[in-house]
Design a binder for this molecule. Structure first.
Ligand code: ATP
Ligand code: MG
Length: 465
């Protein structure tokens, strides 16, 4: 059977977006653009520059940075091997072996070199690891420190889709890398997010902060030990997730939203009582710096964040109208991360905003823009009028007006109906009479009033209206 014949037999099939992904349509995309434009403006005023990162990275980058015990890395990443790389490895081996190669031997060497060279790739589940990778790869430690970068774009996690939780979702985030770990930096980064949310008039914004102490070998280790012992004594009263976490990641038990566990969690030891002197001083200074900036916060000792790389300051921001998925921003300090990824010792702090949830919250509080109608619908009839209409459309668009120019001739009645449906403000009526007189008719659709205008008068009239 020829290829053509085989194709003909395929039945038409309707496709749907993959589970957990979705299309964003106008007019909603107007709001997305406004949010991103506001981020550019606000972050720019704080001296941040945009970094555009690849969507795919080596799987190991996330395993190391985010942590292989985290939910994200252990079960939520979309990962694959790069087949092109496998084929290239095979071809290179064959070429190196030269003619007359012993095939038995060839298979063996290929097998071992594939294992050594095959690339494991993941769709990024977050972007902090990538920013740190880029910082190291481009020697950004040579630049004046700290380096302040922001990013936006899609992230991918294989989670159970629900309101505010998708498998492809969008984040806007920022990182401050290098320089000192002065608490004023922590406070300024938080001030920047709050300024951004304020500018967007996000409703019900609540900032929670905490300090989770110094990395594993300092005060945090002592606390986690105590927490573990305390958790073991109440083990039987905890659900299966928390029971598992006693071993894998005891801090995450504090994150639990299970109603039945809340009473037990309230009795657990608190990190604030176990911070070392330096961490306690850093935390106190960060809070003072927030107060100096007029940023209102609430201390939340249970705020631990799910990623391994965080230390000291952690924060989360929630907003209105989101149900149980109400966190719109999470962030914190991660001083050891760049070094863990093979770079020089580097301080770091950053945050990631869930753009989908931010938009949902704005929509819930009525901040969504209405469908954008056209400014002018050009109703034309006749060949000469068509030529004039094309020219008029070009001039009006150049002046910044949104213009709908129907591709085929319509009766004026039908054209006006169409203009109405599209929410146009004006209909420009161009028939043979108008073209020969050089006087065009502009109808205001809201009240039906009409003006007779020359071509230059038309632009003036629209600009003033
Ligand atoms: P959550 O506790 O809600 O799962 P998280 O701790 O996994 O959040 P982070 O990894 O800190 O989230 O990401 C920062 C922000 O990105 C979150 O506060 C949230 O707004 C958003 N986010 C995370 N996962 C998703 C998702 N699957 N769909 C939509 N937004 C998400
Ligand atoms: Mg999560």
């Amino acid at each position: 059977m020829s290829e053509g014949a085989a194709k003909k037999e395929e039945k038409p099939r309707k496709f749907q977006a993959i589970r957990g992904t979705r299309d964003l349509l106008p007019p909603e995309t107007v709001l997305w653009n406004r949010v991103e434009q506001t981020a550019h403006e606000v972050f720019g005023t704080f001296g941040f520059g945009e970094i555009i990162l690849p969507v795919i990275e080596s799987t190991e980058l996330f395993a190391r940075a985010v942590g292989s015990d985290t939910d994200i890395v252990s079960k939520e990443m979309f990962s694959f091997t790069d087949p092109a790389n496998v084929i290239r490895t095979l071809v290179q081996d064959a070429l190196q072996a030269g003619p007359g190669v012993d095939m038995g031997n060839f298979e063996q060497t290929s097998q071992s070199s594939i294992e050594g060279k095959v690339q494991f790739i993941s769709l990024r589940p977050e972007a902090t690891a990538s920013v740190c990778r880029a910082y190291i790869e481009h020697g950004m430690q040579q630049l004046p420190q700290p380096v302040k970068l922001y990013y936006r774009g899609p992230m991918f996690r294989r989670e159970r889709p629900q309101k505010g939780r998708y498998r492809q979702f969008y984040q806007i985030g920022a990182e401050v890398l290098g320089g000192s770990d002065a608490p004023a930096i922590d406070a300024e980064v938080i001030e920047m997010v709050m300024t951004f949310f304020d500018r967007l008039e996000l409703q019900g914004v609540q900032l929670d902060i905490n300090s989770i102490g110094h990395s594993a070998d300092n005060c945090r280790r002592g606390y986690v030990q105590k927490l573990k012992v305390a958790l073991e004594t109440v083990q039987d009263k905890l659900g299966p997730d928390s029971q598992r976490r006693i071993e894998t990641n005891p801090l995450r038990v504090l994150d639990s939203k299970l109603e039945s566990e809340q009473g037990i969690i309230a009795t657990l030891p608190r990190i604030a009582d176990h911070l070392c002197e330096e961490c306690a001083a850093h935390y106190a200074a960060a809070k003072h710096q927030l107060e100096m900036r007029g940023v209102l916060y609430r201390e939340n000792w249970r705020l631990v964040r799910g990623l391994d790389y965080y230390m000291r300051t952690t924060f989360e921001i929630t907003a209105k109208g989101l149900g149980s998925q109400n966190a719109v921003c999470g962030g914190g300090r991660y001083d050891g991360l760049v070094e863990l990824l093979g770079g020089p010792p580097t301080k770091g702090i950053g945050f990631a905003i869930g753009e989908d949830r931010l938009i949902l919250s704005l929509q819930e509080s009525g901040k969504a823009p209405a469908q954008q109608g056209r400014d002018v619908y050009i109703a034309w009839m006749g060949e000469r009028a068509h030529a004039t209409a094309i020219r008029a459309a070009k001039d009006l668009r150049k002046a910044g007006f949104s213009v709908e120019l129907p591709p085929v001739e319509q009766k004026f009645g039908k054209a006006l109906g169409q203009a109405d449906k599209l929410g146009a403000k004006y209909a420009l009526i161009l028939g043979d009479n108008e073209v020969s007189e050089g006087l065009w008719t502009l109808k205001t659709l809201a009240d039906g009033s009409q003006e007779k205008l020359t071509e230059p008068q038309l632009l003036d009239f629209l600009r003033k209206s």
